[in-house]
Design a protein around this ligand. Sequence first.
Ligand SMILES: [Zn+2]
Length: 325
Amino acid sequence: MKKLSILLSLTVLTFSCKQYTKPADRKSTTKKEHSLTSDFDTATIKKHLYTLASDDMQGRATGTPGIEKAAQYIENEFKKIGLSYYDTLTSYRQNFEERNIKMFNVVGVLEGKSKKDEYVIVSAHYDHLEMLKEGEGDRIYNGANDDASGVTGVIALAEYFKNKGTNERSIVFVCFTAEEMGLIGSKYFGKGINANKFVAGINLELIGKEPKTGPKTAWLTGFDRSDFGKIIQKNLEGTGYKLYPDPYPKYNLFFRSDNASLARLGVPSHTFSTTPIDTDPDYHKVTDEAETLDVNVLTETIKAVAIGTSSIINGKDTPTRVTIK
Ligand SMILES: [Zn+2]
């Protein structure tokens, strides 16, 4: 009951905030930005996170009613933002079957202004883990940080870039399924693309906790595998936000999230993360709840990704390709 009332009040808050954050109003009233978060509505970000990580979604395991609810939420947001369907799809769902489970990625597109055929992918995985079959107390793996935080980022960035209207390149927003089963959704997506048309991959994983690199920082997997990270660092100069190379090289994280499925095809596709995963008590635990995240960290990171990737989105920078031996 408590969670329900929190959600309801958040919804009301979000609706009332919306009146003040219409893009048209923003242009005429925005002063010089002092905060990285000023273009993003924290209440909306909180609503996405708390909804996707709610007990109602039952951990969003692939093939369950819980993940269906999550998909409907994402589709509804994509529709409100005004994203188009991808390629030949007739809905936001890219359906397929694997291991006898019907599953689907959720995909929406913001068409590029002048470089329509050059794609930048913005992604996160919307699946998580099965509920514990038995036991006392909390049995739901909410996957708030892993990866409701990233999906929140995808939705928020879709709205941001739609409002901004400066995407010379097409942006493909993808919420991948079955990442936790072995990057299945992203592998399927990768099979259907002409990788040469994909100039960059921006993947978001575990972006809701302060990293060991300190406040207002994030780290990037596979930093040295292309100059993508250097481009981001250049764009973040003067913002007070810093991007570092992945501090856990031994964990091989570059190959442990959906960015890898595209990187194997040559796409400079990297994962942004903030969480100190070596000491995080909630990673792949039932305690990965929305309440354990810092919504300000999440919001600032999403904003940093928006600013950091801007020159790739607007077609000025093209990161070098990745080669994997
Ligand atoms: Zn994950």
